[in-house]
Write a protein that binds this ligand. Structure first.
Ligand SMILES: Nc1nc2c(c(=O)[nH]1)N[C@H]1C(S)=C(S)[C@@H](COP(=O)(O)OP(=O)(O)OC[C@H]3O[C@@H](n4cnc5c(=O)[nH]c(N)nc54)[C@H](O)[C@@H]3O)O[C@H]1N2
Ligand SMILES: Nc1nc2c(c(=O)[nH]1)N[C@H]1C(S)=C(S)[C@@H](COP(=O)(O)OP(=O)(O)OC[C@H]3O[C@@H](n4cnc5c(=O)[nH]c(N)nc54)[C@H](O)[C@@H]3O)O[C@H]1N2
Ligand code: SF4
Ligand SMILES: [Mo]
Length: 745
C-alpha cells in the first residue's frame, strides 16, 4: 500500500510527530510532577532513553554540536516513569506472586519506583523486605560458585562506571559470562563492522552527518525510537539532499514528520522525509543491496580508484553482483528493477551518503550479512572514511555502546584483555563467555547457579518466553538491580532466591557518571538527588564495589575507594583504548569524541589499513506450510512473516501506553496486516484471529489494516515473544526477531 492510500485510511494520521507530541509535553510539564520534570530535563546528564545522546554538560536540551531544543517526547516519557512515587511499602506483603504474575508490562511499570530491597525465597508466595547485610551474605555465597556457573546480564541504561566495575568483578572472579542486551540488538553491526573496518561502531559523527546529501535509512523506525534523528533528516531535505527509506512497513513518520524543533517550517505542515521509500520483503535486505551494487556497476557509478587504494576484496563483490541475475534479486526482495536502479542512481550521484540502520537489519538469521551488504555498498561508492559519508548503526539504549566499550561483552578486545591482565597480574580465563542467548540455553541445561542483572529484563527480551522462564527457574540465585518493577521480576524467578535491588537512575546518582552516545561521544553526568526521600536505594557502583570488596578484599584494586567514581574513570582511562580523556574529565568537564572511531579519511584500523569487503549470499526466504504448525484441529488460515517491533509508546519491554496512535493500533493485542492479505481470507478489519508460531499462540488478536507489505505482519514485543523460538545468526548469536513465520487463523 502506498502513502496516498495510508493517508486515506480513516482514523490514521498522515504524518509523524505533530500535535500529539506537544499535547504530551504540555500534559506532563504542566501536571503536578511538572516542576520536578523540568528540573530533570535541565539536569546536566544524558537523556535516559535512546543512544542519540541528547543532554549533558551544555544543558539537558543540547546535542553534540551544541544545538539546542533537542529533547523529544520520548525523553519526557522515560523521565516521567522514573519520577513516579515509590511502590507502596506494604505492596509486596499485600500481593501474592500469583497476583503479580497477572500484571501487564504497563501495570508492572505503573506500580512505581522500587525503593527498598526485597527477596522471594524458595517456596514462598510473597516477596519480602530484606536487609543489605543479608543480601551481601547471600551474594558472597552465590559468587563463590565455580566461575563458569556465574553470569551477568546487563542493559545499557547504567553508567560506564557501573559497566566497567561489573566486568572487572566478573573477570576477577574468572568468569567471561558477560551477556548484554546488545547481544539481542546491534551485535550483528559490531561483529560485521569490526571485520570490515576494524571498528564496530558508527564511523560518522553528528557533524559529519550534517554534511551528507543523502541518507539511506534501513530498518529503523526513527520517528518513534530516535526522534531527534528526524531533525537531521529534515535539515538534509531542506538543503536539497535525499533520503532513501528501506522498510517493509510504511512508517508514517518516515513519510512526513512534523518536528517541534522547527515550529514554523516543519511543525505546521509537516516535512517530507523519504525521497524514495522501498517497501521490501522482510529479511531480504541483502538482495536489495546486491541489486543496488549491480545497478551501480551497470550505471558506471562505482569508485574504482578508491576501491583499489583503500579496500580489499572488492573485485569479488563486483563479480558476485554482476553474476547474480536481476530476476533472482527482484524475486527475493520483491522490489522492481526500476526501483532498485533509482536508489542506485541517487546513491551513486550524491556527494556524501550516510548509511544508517537499526533492528530491521540486525535482527535476522543473516544479520551480519545484512550489515556487510550495506557497508559493501558504502565502499563501492567511496562512502566510508570521508566527511559527510559513512556507516552509522543507530544504537539502542542510551549507554549500550558504553557497555561494550567498557568490556561488557563476550568478545573482549585484545588491548583491553592485555590491560586487564596487567592489572590482575594474571591471565584472564580462556573459557568463552555466554552471550544473552547462550546464557538462556546454558541455564536451561542447568549450567548456571548465579546471575546478576544490572538493569534490563532478560526474561521478556528473549524469544520463547516459556523457555526463558524455565531456564531462569533453574538458576539458584538471581539479583535484579532495577529502578522499576518489570515482568522479569515476576516471571523470571530463580530456583532459590530472587532478590530485587532498587537503584538510582542516571539523574539521581550521588556521584558523577559518564555515558557514550551512538555517535561515540562521551557525556559527563552530574550527581543528582532522588525524589524517593524515604527510600532505601543504592547506586549500582556502590553495590558492585561492596560485593567485590567482600569477595576479593583489595585485589586487584581498592574496591571501596572506587565508590568515588573519579577513580573508576582513572582506571578506565588506563585500560580502555580511546578513553584517555577520561583521566581529566572531572577537572575539565570536557565531553569528548572517543579516539579512533570517527573516520574522515579512508584509513582503517584493520591489519592492512584497508577496509575489507565480504560476499553476501542472497537469503533463501522460505516459509513453513500449515502442516508444519502443531494444531489440535484442522484450520484454514494464512502464513505470514511477522516482524516484532516497538510501539510508539514503549521502551523495549516496558510499555508506557496501550495504544499506538501512529499505526492506528488501539491496544497491544493487535496484528497489523496488509488489507489484501486479510480480505483474501475473507477477514475484515477488527476481526479477531489466532496467531500461532512454533513456540506458542495468542488468541483473540485484533486485525488492524496497515501499510505493511503483503505477506508480512507486525506485532508488538515483548508480548509476541511467547510465540516463537527464534532462528539465530550463528556468527553473532542474534535472534531473528524480524522474520518470524506465523500462522494466522
Ligand atoms: N521510544 C523508544 N526509543 C527507543 C526504544 C524504545 O523501545 N522506545 N528502544 C531502544 C532500543 S534498545 C533500540 S535497539 C532501538 C530500536 O529502534 P528500531 O530499530 O527503530 O526499533 P523497532 O521497533 O525494532 O523497528 C524496526 C524497524 O525495522 C523495520 N523492519 C522490520 N523487518 C525489517 C526488514 O527485514 N528489513 C528492513 N529494512 N526493515 C525491517 C520495522 O518495520 C521497523 O520500522 O530504539 C531505541 N530507542
Ligand atoms: N521480539 C523482540 N524481542 C526483542 C527485541 C525486538 O525488537 N523484538 N529487541 C531486543 C533489543 S534491541 C533489546 S535492547 C532488548 C531490551 O532488553 P533489556 O534491555 O533487557 O530490557 P528493557 O526493557 O530495556 O529493561 C527495562 C528495565 O530496566 C530497568 N532500568 C531502567 N533504568 C535503569 C538503570 O539506570 N539502572 C538499572 N539497574 N536498571 C534500570 C528498569 O527496571 C526497567 O524495567 O530486547 C530485545 N528483545
Ligand atoms: S532523540 Fe533520543 S536521546 Fe534525544 S531526546 Fe529523544 S530519546 Fe533522548
Ligand atoms: Mo536494543
Amino acid at each position: 500500500m502506498d502513502a496516498d492510500k495510508q493517508a486515506t485510511q480513516p482514523n490514521k494520521p498522515d504524518q509523524g510527530g505533530g500535535l500529539p507530541v506537544i499535547q504530551y509535553w504540555a500534559e506532563h510539564t504542566l501536571s503536578p510532577e511538572g516542576p520536578k520534570l523540568w528540573q530533570t530535563l535541565l539536569h546536566k546528564s544524558a537523556c535516559l532513553s535512546c543512544a542519540w545522546g541528547t543532554g549533558g554538560q551544555k544543558g539537558g536540551f543540547t546535542n553534540e554540536t551544541g544545538e539546542t531544543l533537542q529533547r523529544c517526547m520520548k525523553s519526557v516519557e522515560a523521565i516521567s516513569a522514573e519520577l513516579q512515587p515509590p511502590v507502596k511499602s506494604h505492596f509486596f506483603d499485600d500481593h501474592t506472586l500469583n497476583e503479580l504474575q497477572q500484571l501487564t508490562s504497563l501495570q508492572a511499570d505503573r506500580l512505581g519506583r522500587l525503593s527498598f530491597p526485597v527477596i522471594l525465597r524458595e517456596g514462598k508466595t510473597h516477596y519480602e523486605r530484606i536487609s543489605w547485610e543479608k543480601i551481601y551474605q547471600i551474594a558472597e555465597n552465590a559468587f563463590r560458585k565455580p566461575p563458569e556457573r556465574v553470569a551477568s546480564y546487563s542493559s545499557g541504561r547504567s553508567s560506564n562506571e557501573a559497566a566497567y566495575l561489573l566486568q572487572l568483578m566478573m573477570r576477577t572472579l574468572g568468569s567471561n559470562n558477560l551477556a548484554d542486551c546488545s547481544d539481542l540488538c546491534h551485535v550483528a553491526s559490531t561483529v560485521g563492522l569490526k571485520q570490515m573496518f576494524g571498528s564496530g561502531t558508527s564511523m560518522v559523527s553528528l557533524e559529519n552527518l550534517q554534511k551528507a546529501d543523502c541518507v539511506v535509512l534501513v530498518g529503523s523506525n526513527a520517528p518513534a525510537n530516535h526522534p531527534r534523528l528526524l531533525n537531521e533528516l529534515i535539515k538534509l531535505r531542506d538543503r536539497g539532499g535525499k533520503v532513501i527509506v528501506v522498510n517493509p512497513v510504511l512508517e508514517v513518520g518516515l513519510v512526513k514528520f512534523a518536528s517541534p524543533a522547527f515550529p514554523l517550517k516543519s511543525f505546521i505542515k509537516g516535512s517530507d522525509i523519504a525521497s524514495l521509500y522501498l517497501q521490501l520483503i522482510p529479511g531480504s535486505d541483502v538482495a536489495l543491496f546486491v541489486g543496488i551494487q549491480k545497478a551501480l556497476i551497470e550505471q558506471n557509478l562505482i569508485k574504482t580508484d578508491y576501491l583499489q587504494a583503500y579496500t580489499e576484496g572488492w573485485e569479488a563483490i563486483v563479480n558476485y553482483a554482476q553474476s547474480t541475475p536481476w530476476e533472482t534479486i527482484t524475486q527475493t526482495c520483491g522490489l522492481s528493477q526500476e526501483e532498485i536502479e533509482t536508489a542506485a542512481q541517487m546513491i551513486g550521484t550524491s556527494k556524501g551518503v550516510v548509511f544508517a540502520w537499526a533492528m530491521g537489519v540486525t535482527q535476522h538469521e543473516n544479520g551480519v550479512d545484512n550489515v556487510f551488504a550495506i557497508a559493501n555498498t558504502a565502499l563501492l561508492t567511496g562512502n566510508a572514511g570521508k566527511e559527510g559519508g559513512g556507516t552509522m548503526p543507530i544504537r539502542g539504549h542510551s549507554n549500550v555502546q558504553g557497555f561494550g566499550s567498557m568490556g561488557v561483552t563476550v568478545r573482549l578486545k585484545q588491548e583491553i584483555q592485555e590491560a586487564l591482565e596487567k592489572l590482575l597480574g594474571r591471565p584472564l580465563s580462556r573459557v568463552p563467555g555466554y552471550h544473552a542467548r547462550d546464557l538462556i540455553e546454558a541455564a536451561d541445561r542447568g549450567k548456571i547457579d548465579t546471575l546478576i542483572c544490572v538493569g534490563g529484563n532478560l526474561y521478556a527480551a528473549n524469544p520463547d518466553l516459556t523457555q526463558a522462564k524455565r531456564a531462569l527457574g533453574n538458576i539458584e540465585t538471581i539479583f535484579y538491580l532495577a529502578t522499576k518493577p518489570n515482568l522479569g521480576h515476576f516471571h523470571g524467578l530463580a530456583r532459590k532466591n530472587t532478590i530485587i535491588i532498587p537503584v538510582f537512575n542516571r539523574f539521581e546518582n550521588p556521584h558523577k557518571t559518564t555515558t557514550e552516545s551512538g555517535n561515540n561521544f562521551v557525556r559527563l553526568n552530574d550527581e543528582g538527588k532522588t525524589h524517593l526521600t524515604q527510600g532505601d536505594l543504592i547506586s549500582e557502583v556502590e553495590f558492585i564495589t561492596e560485593l567485590a570488596h567482600r569477595l576479593y578484599g583489595e585485589y586487584p584494586v581498592n574496591w571501596r575507594k572506587l565508590q568515588d567514581t573519579h577513580y573508576v574513570r582513572q582506571l578506565i582511562a588506563q585500560t580502555i583504548p580511546g578513553f584517555e580523556k577520561m583521566a581529566t574529565i572531572d577537572q575539565t568537564q570536557e565531553e569528548f569524541t572517543i579516539g579512533g572511531r570517527i573516520f574522515t579519511e579512508p584509513k582503517f584500523p584493520t591489519a592492512s589499513g584497508k577496509a575489507n569487503l565480504f560476499i553476501t549470499p542472497l537469503p533463501q526466504l522460505t516459509l513453513p506450510k500449515i502442516e508444519d504448525f502443531v494444531l489440535t484441529e484442522s484450520v484454514k488460515g494464512i502464513i505470514l512473516t511477522l516482524m516484532t517491533v516497538r510501539s510508539y509508546s514503549q521502551h523495549n519491554t516496558v510499555v508506557y501506553k496501550e495504544e499506538d496512535y501512529y499505526r492506528g493500533m488501539p491496544h497491544r493485542h493487535c496484528i497489523l496486516m496488509n488489507p489484501d492479505d486479510a480480505q483474501q481470507q475473507g477477514w475484515q478489519e477488527h476481526q479477531r484471529v489466532t496467531v500461532q508460531g512454533d513456540a506458542g499462540k495468542l488468541d483473540n488478536v485484533e486485525i488492524i489494516y496497515g501499510s505493511v507489505r503483503q505477506g508480512a505482519a507486525v506485532m508488538f514485543y515483548p508480548e509476541a515473544n511467547i510465540l516463537f523460538k527464534a532462528k539465530i545468526d550463528p556468527r553473532c548469536g542474534i535472534p531473528a526477531f524480524k522474520r518470524v513465520p506465523i500462522l494466522v487463523y
